[in-house]
Design a protein around this ligand. Structure first.
Ligand SMILES: NC(=O)c1ccc[n+]([C@@H]2O[C@H](COP(=O)([O-])OP(=O)(O)OC[C@H]3O[C@@H](n4cnc5c(N)ncnc54)[C@H](O)[C@@H]3O)[C@@H](O)[C@H]2O)c1
Length: 240
């Protein structure tokens, strides 16, 4: 009997990387549930790709379990939603720190708590968490809350990988740098953009489709021996 189609939940689905992930996974024959706060872009995506979507604010953690209540079976979790925060340590406000952690990290925990039990029961699953090169380098243009939240995303990935390998569920993170998106085109000053472009050895920014390609690879059946890995996508900014 042919395997049933896998189902993936993608957070931040309406964003630059999220949209590319949705397109790519759909092409791979995976059914999708896209989650985002941006109702307009989410419904455009729904019309364009015919996927299911949930419009919810990942900053509202108390409401998240009920927003996810009708989703049903999920095989692949892609915790991709994120907000950038440029506040450096002396200026870091606690309220922005908390918000950055709620959206970038805590919501991922709730999504994992919701869907991991089913994946464990069915003995197959993929978790892909979007970290950042900021976690590797201490943040170049990114601030301390963003950097710390993306570092914690790697710790979360390692914990899931450690606990769930035995149940057939892998967990990996991706650490991209400077992907062409509003985070680069709008949230960096022209000077920051020029400086970073000069510093990236491959001489260009990353494309969202390249990140989606890595997600597709990690979600694929033949990637089942890879777990607890952080895949760098930084154009040669750092080797390790
Ligand atoms: N663009 C880059 O250079 C870069 C580099 C490293 C890591 N990342 C990470 O990749 C991921 C995707 O980023 P992107 O570049 O596509 O950015 P983006 O801003 O285009 O997408 C982020 C998406 O998350 C959604 N979102 C934000 N806050 C939310 C909330 N409270 N509730 C629900 N949805 C919310 C936004 O509406 C948006 O659609 C993020 O986690 C980001 O930190 C991006």
């Amino acid at each position: 009997m042919k395997d049933a189609r896998k189902v993936a939940v993608v957070t931040g689905a309406a964003g630059a990387i999220g949209q590319s992930i949705c397109r790519r996974l759909l092409n791979d024959g995976i059914d999708l549930i896209g989650i985002d706060i941006d109702r307009k872009r989410l419904s455009e995506l729904e019309n364009l790709l015919g996927i299911k979507t949930i419009c919810t604010d990942l900053d509202e953690l108390d409401g998240l379990p009920s927003a996810l209540g009708d989703v049903g079976t999920v095989d692949i979790i892609i915790n991709n939603a994120g907000i950038l925060n440029a506040e450096k340590i002396i200026d870091q406000s606690l309220s922005e720190w908390d918000k950055t952690f709620r959206v970038n990290l805590d919501s991922a925990l709730i999504i994992l708590k919701t869907f991991l039990p089913g994946m464990i029961d069915r003995r197959w699953g993929r978790v892909i968490n979007m970290s950042s090169y900021a976690a590797k380098c201490g943040g170049l243009t990114a601030g301390v809350a963003y950097t710390a939240s993306k570092s914690a995303m790697i710790g979360l990935t390692f914990s899931v990988a450690r606990e769930c390998a035995v149940h057939g569920v892998t967990a990996n993170a991706i650490a991209p740098a400077y992907v062409m998106s509003p985070m680069v085109s709008e949230q960096l000053s022209p000077r920051e953009r020029d400086n970073q472009l000069k510093a990236i050895p491959v001489g260009r920014f990353c494309e969202p489709e390249e990140v989606a390609h890595t997600v597709s690879f990690l979600a694929s059946p033949l990637a089942g021996f890879i777990t607890g890995e952080v895949i760098d996508m930084n154009g040669g900014l750092q080797f390790d």
